[in-house]
Design a protein around this ligand. Structure first.
Ligand SMILES: Nc1nc2c(ncn2[C@@H]2O[C@H](COP(=O)(O)OP(=O)(O)OP(=O)(O)O)[C@@H](O)[C@H]2O)c(=O)[nH]1
Length: 360
């Protein structure tokens, strides 16, 4: 199941009765996702829906749980025949650190857990574990925010990341869902180095009946510029700019990325409207370094975390959330998570579900 919000010009009367209830991004949400939201929605962005008994959503939850099984298993084991004492908290600390949660987030979660245990008078391992899920969910909740489409026409989304993080695959998945929801999409193949990347994108474009701007060996800035102009001229809802993979340490390539962003702004003074970093969920604490480095270079507006169906430990999202709590512009939301290689394996991020999968 997939959800995003498409906003149209304010002139139209919002379909208030049918629209999801708006709430602050940090508030717990409980509206079930019935179907992708493509209707006009109120001006205030609404949160993505969460807990649901939808079988499709349960299916991907199982995949996420399977992917994070190692982490969940490790944390679960701490609670087996456990006493609620200092030793339990020490073991939990180890388990959270092993899950790539990092020291600041682990310290924060444990302190919050102790407060909760005291407040709720939790005395059984199961009750403490339930409180741990709530602690982790609360840390993650600021990351839960939907991608908005429709405020600008086209909405220009620039996608970056290290090599092999899953950018092109995620763009393909996202394109499918956008196209399925009647959003017209234009893809910009700004990875002009790798012929295979252009071909891969062209295959996605073909499958999804969307258009693509591509140029063999061309300048990625020029391709992006052309794509944004073409997107505007053709009245596309979304332009997705796929950039070549690069490491934050490759300074000349990071400069190139900054240039692509500048050129996109030249084509449309309000763009890019989103700068999304794709991170591989298996890269552990390194994912946090990537987020920080790309954010410094580009100013990120969102994340896609891929490969959570594999051997990812998942705790790094807590580290990213705690870092985001200190960030000047606030947390960088996780728009989507990737739980497989298939087209439908892209899901909106739900803090509570993720916490449940993580804790096991
Ligand atoms: N299991 C799994 N595999 C994924 C997921 N997302 C992407 N992949 C796989 O990861 C590999 C790399 O994906 P790409 O989309 O080519 O990565 P990229 O970031 O575009 O790569 P470069 O263009 O080389 O930087 C492919 O084999 C994908 O099928 C996911 O959520 N789960």
């Amino acid at each position: 199941m997939f959800s995003f919000f498409k906003k149209k010009a304010p002139a139209a009367t919002p379909a208030v009765a049918d629209a999801p209830v708006a709430a602050p991004p940090s508030a717990p949400v409980a509206t079930p996702v019935a179907a992708p939201v493509v209707a006009q929605v109120p001006a205030v962005p609404a949160p993505v829906a969460t807990r649901t008994t939808d079988p499709e959503r349960e299916g991907w939850m199982n995949r996420l749980k399977t992917g994070l099984k190692k982490t969940g298993g490790g944390i679960q084991a701490v609670f087996v025949n456990a006493q609620i004492d200092d030793a339990l908290y020490e073991e939990l600390e180890d388990a959270l650190l092993m899950a790539d949660t990092g020291i600041p987030a682990t310290t924060h979660i444990l302190q919050d857990l102790k407060d909760r245990v005291w407040r709720t008078s939790a005395t059984t391992p199961a009750a403490v574990r339930a409180q741990l899920v709530e602690s982790v969910a609360e840390v993650l909740r600021p990351l839960q925010r939907p991608l908005e489409v429709g405020r600008h026409t086209p909405t220009v989304i620039m996608v970056a990341g290290v090599n092999g993080a899953g950018k092109t695959t995620s763009i393909g998945k996202l394109t499918k869902h956008l196209a399925n929801s009647n959003c017209s999409v234009l893809l910009a193949a700004a990875d002009t180095f790798r012929a295979a990347a252009r071909e891969q994108l062209a295959v996605w474009a073909d499958r999804n009946l969307v258009e693509i701007v591509s140029q063999e060996g061309g300048d990625p800035g020029a391709v992006s510029f052309d794509a944004v102009n073409a997107g505007r001229a053709r009245g596309k809802d979304v332009v997705l700019v796929d950039t070549a993979g690069r490491l934050p340490t490759q300074l000349h390539l990071m400069d190139e990325l900054k240039k692509i962003k500048r050129v996109v702004t030249k084509a449309d003074g309000t763009a890019p409207h989103e700068v999304v970093l794709v991170i591989d969920g298996n890269t552990g604490q390194n994912a946090l370094s990537q987020v920080q480095a790309f954010d410094e270079a580009l100013g990120l507006t969102g994340l896609v975390v891929t490969k959570l169906d594999g051997t990812a430990k998942g705790g790094v999202l807590c580290a990213i959330a705690r870092w985001g709590a200190q960030r000047k512009g606030g947390p960088v939301p996780v728009y989507f998570i990737g739980v497989g290689e298939k087209l439908e394996d892209l899901e909106t991020f739900d803090a509570h579900e993720f916490a449940q999968a993580l804790i096991g």
